[in-house]
Design a protein around this ligand. Structure first.
Ligand code: SF4
Ligand code: SF4
Length: 357
């Protein structure tokens, strides 16, 4: 090693590295030790990319809440497409991630930047050595983010952080630098409210059919999801920009936008705003693109709760709040089920002061 390089023996090496990442635009920086990748499939194991690695750094930048506004209102798709997906991932996060790798290599440690390719992407070639996976080995970025202590996988199968909920893009650096691992995230983010499932117009999230997943000892429950429906969902889902075999991007879809709203109203995330995310009745389309009423949570009990709480501000807005969550400021609503299948509901916006027990 070139001993003229860097000051990486200083005790605050990890803290200085994280400070640098934040100064280059990172909103999230988490570090996983390699033992947290025991048992991952060879095709997703970072040790098959860099066998001498000691740590995986996961770096995230937020998807600004305003980047989702165009999809939420149904009037602009391209803002999210660029600032929330394509440019954010391929340029903004990529630059922050690359500058982090440069910092580590300036300190004398090898650092491999890794983009967020889908882990389900099949090998693109044959193995060059016996017993090794074929190229490309792709890191499962959601797995790495949980292993690096940045958050958890929500019931809808999307990674959630305590800061931004589902609103971030992630990349990683695999390095032999002596970075200290972060503890796993202990804070519960997903409440299991099933608002994501209830607002999916295609019924793609089966929240009664849960699978337990274990990442480095952190156990989470994820619903069965019919991705074949998500691939053609007209409610904000986008094709995977990296590979056609990858799962679609659902962060702007109504299921995950509803989660953004639910997490904020439930005080589950720290990046909050003066106005609630959901200000109007959400729009939705069915499989053939026709406008439909959207499912949501039953509200009669909530309405009573709202009135008991004495809210009488007279302002209106729809809410999509799971039972037991903090009552949102200023808002209330009423919901009537229309069909026997429990999936079609009519949203009626009313002032809280008009609600009766
Ligand atoms: S909407 Fe509720 S159940 Fe679904 S992922 Fe978000 S917090 Fe979890
Ligand atoms: S992407 Fe579309 S089909 Fe898939 S869960 Fe979300 S709203 Fe439903």
């Amino acid at each position: 090693m070139d001993i003229s390089k860097g000051r990486s023996k200083l005790p605050d090496f990890t803290a200085r590295f994280k400070d640098y990442c934040r100064s280059r635009g990172a909103d999230l920086v988490g570090i996983a030790s390699m033992d947290r990748f025991e048992g991952v499939p060879p095709q997703n194991d970072p040790r098959n990319i860099f066998p001498d690695a000691k740590a995986v750094v996961v770096i995230g930048r937020r998807i600004t809440r305003g980047s989702l506004r165009g999809w939420e209102e149904g009037t602009n798709r391209d803002i999210y497409e660029m600032f929330g997906y394509s440019w954010l991932d391929k340029q903004f996060v990529a630059l922050t991630n690359f500058e982090a790798t440069e910092w580590l290599e300036d300190e004398g440690w090898e650092a491999t930047p890794v983009m967020c390719y889908p882990p389900e992407m099949p090998p693109q070639g044959i193995p060059v050595r016996e017993g090794r996976p074929g190229p490309n080995v792709n890191l499962d970025m959601d797995y790495a983010a949980v292993a690096a202590g940045l958050g958890e996988i929500g019931l809808h199968g999307v990674f959630l952080s305590p800061e931004f909920g589902p609103r971030q893009r992630l990349q990683a650096v695999i390095t032999d630098a002596p970075l200290e691992a972060d503890p796993l995230c202990e804070r519960e983010i997903c409440s299991g409210c099933a608002v994501c499932a209830g607002t999916c117009p295609l019924g793609a999230i089966d929240h009664e059919n849960l699978t337990e997943i274990n990442i480095a000892g952190k156990v989470m429950k994820v619903a069965q999801i019919d991705y074949s429906k998500c691939r053609s969902c007209p409610n904000g889902a986008r094709p995977n920009i990296h590979h056609s075999t990858g799962k679609p991007d659902r962060i702007a879809a109504v299921c995950v936008r509803s989660c953004v709203d639910a997490l904020e109203r439930g005080d589950k995330v720290t990046d909050t705003f003066r106005l609630a995310f959901r200000q109007r009745e959400p729009w939705a389309k069915n499989e053939v693109g026709a406008n439909v009423a959207i499912d949501t949570v039953p509200a009669q009990d909530e309405a009573r709760e709202d009135q008991r709480d004495g809210a009488a501000d007279g302002r209106t807005s729809p809410i999509f709040r799971p039972a037991g969550h903090r009552r949102p400021p200023l808002l209330s609503h009423n919901v009537r089920r229309q069909g026997g299948d429990g999936r079609r509901v009519h949203l009626q916006l009313v002032p809280r002061s008009a609600l009766v027990r």
